[in-house]
Design a protein around this ligand. Structure first.
Ligand code: ZN
Length: 283
């Protein structure tokens, strides 16, 4: 069934395929925006979309991905409240990611798995930037997806032992971050970051998992230096997220907390997609 649908879709002109996939990505992006706004904030996840300022119910016309935000110049049509650039970037970003995955994924399983994994990891990326916390449900969803991935590998290769390197990788990455979390008493990273690295490393092998940890620290150090040198970036960041940082930090100092999950996720995608290995990088 799915194969027949995919087959007839792939026989359409390429521009048609790309536009359709981009729109689906945009719709996913606007759904993820709703989750970021509503999950664990006291608002319910169900119900019609409303303006967060005046509470007016939004019609389909105001929910078209990409276009609504541009046509309304980033403001609510009823009360003119500003709709954060973040919402628009999420839709654009997810549109681009979906197209990218669509053009690079191999096989139907690979395609749907990658789309799901990208969606959940982008959700965690943005949620952590905004709320400085990673909900357990999202990590659990990644663990489920990783389990599906490993199950598929076992089924394809008909060998259970194929998952062992992935398990070692996950244990290694989780224990390194767990140890750093313990030693620093949670100052360098949160427990959520320790949990997050487990499902990510399940998709890698041991050297890749080690690379993931090291690269996430490199990215973190780099961003930290940039923020110390250019405190103005924090202003832009606060305007952009309208989130936790806005309440806790006025100026960026050595003591400021920055969310760590985005670094882990960027490092993961670099290692996973480009097979970056720090051992070969250093020679
Ligand atoms: Zn409004």
């Amino acid at each position: 069934m799915i194969e027949a649908v995919v087959y007839s879709f792939t026989s359409m002109p390429v521009w048609y395929q790309v536009v359709t996939v981009a729109v689906l990505g945009g719709i996913m992006g606007s759904f993820l925006n709703v989750v970021v706004y509503r999950m664990h904030t006291g608002a319910s996840l169900s119900g019609r979309s409303r303006c967060f300022s005046c509470g007016e119910t939004l019609t389909p016309r105001e929910l078209i991905p990409f276009f609504s935000w541009i046509v309304q110049k980033g403001r609510c049509r009823y009360c003119s409240a500003r709709i954060p650039v973040r919402d628009f970037l999420m839709e654009i970003g997810m549109g681009i990611m979906f197209v990218w995955v669509y053009l690079t994924a191999t096989g139907i399983f690979g395609l749907f798995f990658s789309l799901a994994f990208v969606s959940v990891s982008v959700l965690i990326f943005v949620y952590d930037l905004v709320h400085m916390i990673i909900p357990d449900e999202m990590v659990l969803l990644l663990i489920l997806l990783a389990a599906v991935f490993l199950g598929y590998e076992v089924w394809q290769n008909d060998a259970f032992s194929i998952i062992l390197p992935h398990l070692y990788a996950a244990l290694l990455a989780t224990s390194i971050l767990g140890l750093l979390w313990l030693v620093s008493k949670g100052r360098w990273m949160g427990l959520g970051d320790v949990k997050l690295v487990f499902p990510l490393a399940l998709l890698l092998d041991v050297t890749q998992a080690f690379s993931l940890v090291i690269i996430s620290f490199w990215i973190g150090a780099l961003i930290g230096i940039v923020l110390l040198l250019y405190p103005r970036v924090v202003y832009l960041y606060r305007r952009y997220t309208l989130g936790a940082i806005a309440k806790t930090t006025r100026y960026f100092t050595m003591k400021s907390e920055i969310p760590f999950a985005p670094f882990i996720l960027v490092a993961f995608w670099l290692v996973y997609l480009y097979e970056i290995n720090i051992f070969t990088l250093l020679y």
